[in-house]
Design a binder for this molecule. Structure first.
Ligand SMILES: [Ca+2]
Length: 139
């Protein structure tokens, strides 16, 4: 877990320790990573409880054309977007993927969100990020 960094900074920090931002290929992985996002930062423009906690994952939109790619180069063969996502911030430009966990908001919009669901998010938000490393075997 990398704390409170923009997407690009977190990506570099993850690479610097031999990892890559995490990819997700099934419900089990989504729920596993969502368990990390419960420790994540609150949404920066409302640091109370209105929004789900979110952490960045390896999903991103490199050409800003709504074609999503994993940082580790694995195929996007599973998606788990929240309702009405990805929304590109209503046209304001959201090119970095996040996963949601807990929230206590009462609005209809966010109440519909599911734990483990994805949202495209602003890349410069200082969220936490999940870095994955290949398991190393010891003898
Ligand atoms: Ca979004």
């Amino acid at each position: 877990m990398i704390r409170n960094m923009s997407y690009d900074s977190a990506d570099k920090a993850c690479n610097s320790i031999g990892g890559i931002l995490a990819s997700i290929h099934n419900d089990e992985e989504a729920m596993f990573l969502a368990s990390f996002s419960s420790f994540g930062s609150m949404y920066p423009n409302n640091p109370t409880t209105q929004y789900p906690k979110q952490v960045f994952i390896g999903l991103f939109d490199p050409f800003h054309n709504q074609v999503w790619t994993w940082k580790d180069g694995t195929p996007v063969n599973y998606t788990n977007w929240e309702p009405n996502q990805p929304d590109n911030g209503g046209g304001k430009g959201q090119y970095c993927g996040s996963i949601a966990s807990t929230w206590t908001d009462s609005s209809d919009f966010y109440r519909a969100w599911r734990i483990g669901g994805w949202d495209d998010e602003y890349c410069d938000y200082p969220l936490d990020s999940i870095c994955q490393k290949k398991a190393s075997h010891t003898i």
